[in-house]
Design a protein around this ligand. Structure first.
Ligand SMILES: [Zn+2]
Length: 416
């Protein structure tokens, strides 16, 4: 079967111009002796906003791999697909993020819930798992409530999985199941029950993306209780190892962290857990590469800076419309968004410093950063003017992309 490597890292490249710069960051890590494979991800929503086709992600990645002579693995992720959206991703993706969050909490057939409980008496009572400090103590009613909440979502995952398998063959795909885009986080016990149900559905899941505790806003750091996150993350790793052995799931099954990018305060926690357990991980980031493009254009000055300022002014004037689709994953304090007049008076390095995510930098502004992050369709609207500026400023833009990915993500996550 097509096997996802132990360490993988998902990157976005919304305008398909930065794959080479991104790959250079992975090459540098490989030169340090750490193999992390890139997974290019772009969701259906992003394709729709920009008017691009999934094939363009594959083509850009393949060209970068060829140009740089990358010999290790690489993948293209059909990100957050469902049955109705997977079609145009089938030919050009080998990694499928099967999103079933919408079905959480919807009722499965009562007979299916009863059948699950009859099949899994081991989940009721005291459930001891190596690596989890306190054994789970469950009642039949508690397990039944969890099954009732998640079984339909798991059955949906099975349907979507079988649809992809029919198109590609079971050995030619990597399946991820995601449940992160929902209100309540899943506890380690819920994860265990979900994995048992996925095994029953015969989904060869290689990576699973639960919703973790805390807030994962787009493009900014984690907001939440780090101690609780660490405990749950470690328990989740133990649950996965247990479920692999107990239910015959793929041996390389691992956690996927849909980070929304830039969860800097979680990186040391994840790194320690991987070192301690030998587990793998997939960390998915959002399309913040596009922010590095804006930073590069700002730094370049001239026409690049002018367009960056125009995009900000337009975004500020359309803040409601741009933020609406992302309302649950951004926290913008509008009082702290500078006016277009103020930003128009900034130098390129000033605007770049406001966007570039260096926590503690006196000019960094998380509100400006988040607003621009959700404004990528304005660059799509600028069309060739934007893309031509990316080309004529390739050197400075790719330097931003590479440095961001290596210095602020890959190095702290995998080296420290
Ligand atoms: Zn996600």
């Amino acid at each position: 079967m097509l096997t996802l490597e132990r360490f993988s890292f998902g990157v976005g490249d919304r305008f398909a111009h930065q794959a080479k710069a991104q790959l250079r960051a992975f090459q540098r890590l490989a030169a340090e002796g750490i193999e992390v494979v890139p997974v290019w991800n772009k969701s259906n929503r992003e394709h729709t906003f920009i008017g691009s086709e999934p094939q363009s992600v594959f083509d850009a990645a393949k060209a970068a791999v060829a140009a740089l002579g990358w010999k290790q693995g690489w993948h293209v992720d059909a990100d957050h697909i469902r049955l109705e959206t997977v079609g145009r991703f089938l030919a050009c993706s080998d990694f499928f993020t099967i999103d079933v969050a919408d079905s959480i909490g919807k009722p499965a057939a009562a007979s299916d819930v009863a059948a699950f409980l009859a099949r899994h008496p081991e989940l009721i009572g005291t459930v001891s798992i190596t690596g989890v400090g306190q054994p789970f103590a469950t009642t039949r009613a508690e397990v039944e409530a969890v099954v009732a909440k998640y079984l339909l979502a798991v059955q949906d995952a099975g349907k979507i999985y079988r649809h992809i398998v029919a198109a590609k063959g079971e050995d030619n795909l990597i399946a991820e199941v995601s449940m992160d885009e929902t209100d309540a986080p899943q506890t380690p016990l819920e994860l265990l029950i979900i994995l048992a149900a996925l095994a029953d559905e015969k989904v060869r899941v290689q990576t699973i993306a639960p919703k973790f505790t805390g807030r994962f806003n787009k493009g900014v750091d984690y907001v939440g209780d780090l101690v609780q996150f660490e405990r749950e993350f470690n328990d989740d790793l133990a649950v996965i190892a247990h479920a692999v052995a107990k239910y015959g799931l793929p041996a390389n099954l691992k956690l996927s962290v849909h980070s929304g990018s830039d969860k800097f305060s979680l990186y040391p926690i994840i790194r320690r857990a991987l070192a301690r357990t030998g587990a793998g991980v997939h960390v998915k980031t959002a399309g913040t590469t596009w922010l590095e493009e804006v930073i590069g254009l700002a730094e370049a000055g001239g026409d690049g800076l002018a367009l960056a300022k125009e995009i900000y002014a337009y975004a500020l004037a359309h803040v409601d419309e741009l933020c609406a689709p992302y309302a649950s994953v951004i926290d913008i304090d509008r009082a702290k968004l500078p006016s277009a007049e103020v930003v128009n008076g900034w130098t390129g390095p000033q605007l770049a410093a406001a966007i570039r995510h260096i926590p503690g930098h006196p000019e960094f502004n998380a509100n400006v950063r988040q607003l621009l992050h959700v404004s990528f369709k304005l660059a799509a609207k600028a069309g060739p003017r934007y893309l031509d500026l990316l080309k004529s400023n390739e050197e400075i833009v790719s330097r931003q992309v590479m440095a961001n990915l290596y210095d602020r993500h890959l190095k702290p996550l995998f080296i420290g």
